[in-house]
Design a protein around this ligand. Structure first.
Ligand code: UDP
Length: 240
């Protein structure tokens, strides 16, 4: 399968450094304390946050800080080959990876003996679900009013037919040479998740990181705008 055409464009017509169409919404679920929806090309994800709440079961509470629980889950219908019901090994691992990325910015010590539940539900998968899931979960945490040092933003870069590409889709993930998900707290300039599947040279890794960083700033800006849309207060008495 040809992943880069003679004009240097990708299977979905994008340039190598082009992000897919990104849509972010905050406060989309009524039965959570905070929620968000992300659409990145064909990838669609809901994130819901419950808490901070009293820890249950009690024996899992910590005396000096909150505990974050995170569940990354793919709907059975979200992928081409029906995903088995229940949590797969991959989902258990990704739940941990997402939690570790997100909890780096949460002021956990402000909520001793409490719990925060984060649910990430992949409704449709087209590559980059762990990174889009982190972006959505971070917004859902903000929507729940959880104090954080920064919003986490994430994207995956990859290598296909020798070319570094931003925001890989499922085909590029499947048939490409490498896939490198990156999550950052951009205002703190810190990387909170970095994985690499496949093979890249050290030079490609640093170029890929730069590419990811530029896109992450853009995603971060879109997150801030989504929060502003949700919380914008119209001045009273003014005609619109
Ligand atoms: N995928 C799939 N079935 C699965 C897991 C993944 O079809 O059980 C697809 C899905 O489109 C996903 C992509 O493969 O987005 C890449 O999966 P990966 O494990 O690399 O994680 P992701 O890129 O979604 O973070």
């Amino acid at each position: 399968m040809k992943l880069i055409n003679e004009n240097g464009l990708r299977v979905d017509g994008r340039r190598p450094d082009e992000l897919r169409k990104l849509r972010l919404e905050v406060g989309v679920l009524e039965k959570t304390d905070g929620s968000a929806y992300v659409e990145l090309g064909g990838t669609r994800i809901y994130a819901g946050v419950i808490g901070p709440r009293e820890a249950h079961p009690k024996h899992l509470e910590l005396p000096d800080r909150a505990v974050i629980n995170c569940r990354y889950h793919m709907a059975s219908f979200s992928v081409d080959e029906r995903k088995p019901l229940g949590m797969t090994r991959r989902e258990v691992e990704l739940s941990k990876v997402l939690r570790e990325a997100l909890e780096t910015v949460v002021f956990l010590e402000e909520f001793p003996r409490m719990m925060i539940d984060i649910f990430v539900e992949v409704i449709q998968a087209d590559g980059g679900t762990r990174t889009a899931g982190i972006t959505a979960a971070s917004l859902a945490l903000a929507d729940a009013g959880v104090p954080m040092a920064d919003l986490i933003s994430a994207v995956a870069v990859g290598k296909v037919e020798g070319t570094l590409v931003l925001d890989i889709n499922e085909l590029e993930d499947k048939y490409g040479e490498a896939d490198m998900p990156v999550a950052m707290a951009p205002n703190l300039n810190s990387i909170v998740l970095l994985q690499l599947n496949g093979r890249m040279t050290a030079d490609e890794i640093s170029k890929g990181l730069e590419m990811a960083q530029t896109a992450i700033k853009q995603i971060h800006q879109t997150q801030v705008e989504a929060l502003k849309r949700r919380y914008k207060v119209e001045p009273e008495g003014l005609e619109t």
